[in-house]
Design a protein around this ligand. Structure first.
Ligand code: 13P
Length: 256
């Protein structure tokens, strides 16, 4: 089955409001409107940059989505420092990364939290980009497939097949993030195929075949073609290379 690829830029904690506006504008300046038919492009910005980035994209009238990098599952209340899905929705956010390895390792985010966040996003018809991925020690033990598939099962617990179709999974091996050490296309394919098999176990082959599985971890203009050529890799979740319009747009073009 031919799936529409997705290129999502994860800006992480980079770009002040003014810097974010400049980057969004530079991306728009290089972006052709009809690309939106062939690839879904998402800018996952820090919270403060969401509305300004959306304003740039909207002014340019381009098919580029705006995504957040985290959310909280409760609707409102005494949760100091958190941002609700409803708040994101009103800021025109359509996608949200959840369960990124940096949130799991640095901020203690658990599989159960990822599951609650996915459900809260789906309830508001937003697209969760659910991150999974193993550490180097898990890979060295040779248990990476079991580990990642267990993360997928936990993230999707209690999510029905209609909602599952609206989810994107991103495989990001922790040892490849920001290290310049990319997984080989074969290593990435092995895990992305296992993720799709897990989704097929949960929702049936047809639904699994329609869902997008992205790769993330030092994806760049030099390795993107090989990764995208793999059967079960439907795009990328990009960190460093998404911080420059030139490289991010090159990665988008690799999907066309
Ligand atoms: P890098 O592309 O910088 O390795 O980051 C990947 C990532 O964590 C995207 O979410």
């Amino acid at each position: 089955m031919k799936r529409k690829p997705m290129m999502a830029g994860n800006w992480k904690m980079n770009n002040t409001i003014s810097e974010g506006v400049v980057l969004a504008q530079q991306i728009c300046n290089r972006f052709e409107k009809d690309w939106g038919e062939d690839v879904d492009v998402v800018l996952c910005t820090p919270f403060l940059d969401l509305k300004p980035a959306w304003t740039v994209v909207d002014f340019e009238n381009l098919p580029i989505y705006i995504g957040a990098q985290n959310c909280y599952w409760e609707e409102a209340g005494a949760f100091t420092g958190e941002i609700s899905v409803g708040m994101l929705k009103e800021a025109r956010v359509t996608h949200c990364i959840i369960g990124h390895s940096e949130r799991r390792t640095l901020f203690g985010e658990l599989n159960e939290d990822v599951n609650k966040k996915a459900k809260a996003l789906l309830a508001q018809k937003m697209t969760p980009i659910i991150c999974v991925g193993e550490s180097l020690s898990v890979r060295d033990e040779g248990t990476h497939l079991e580990y990642v598939c267990a993360q997928v099962k936990a993230a999707f617990a209690g999510i029905d097949d209609i909602d599952a179709k609206n989810c994107v999974v991103a495989y990001e091996p922790i040892w490849a993030i920001g290290t310049g050490r990319t997984a080989t296309p074969e290593q990435a394919q092995e895990v992305c195929a296992a993720i799709r098999s897990t989704l097929a176990e949960l929702y049936g082959q047809e639904i699994a075949d329609g869902m997008r599985v992205l790769y993330g971890g030092s994806m760049n203009t030099g390795n993107v073609e090989g990764l995208l050529a793999m059967e079960d890799i439907d795009g990328g979740l990009i960190g460093g290379a998404a911080l420059k319009a030139e490289s991010f747009v090159e990665l988008i073009k690799a999907c066309l």
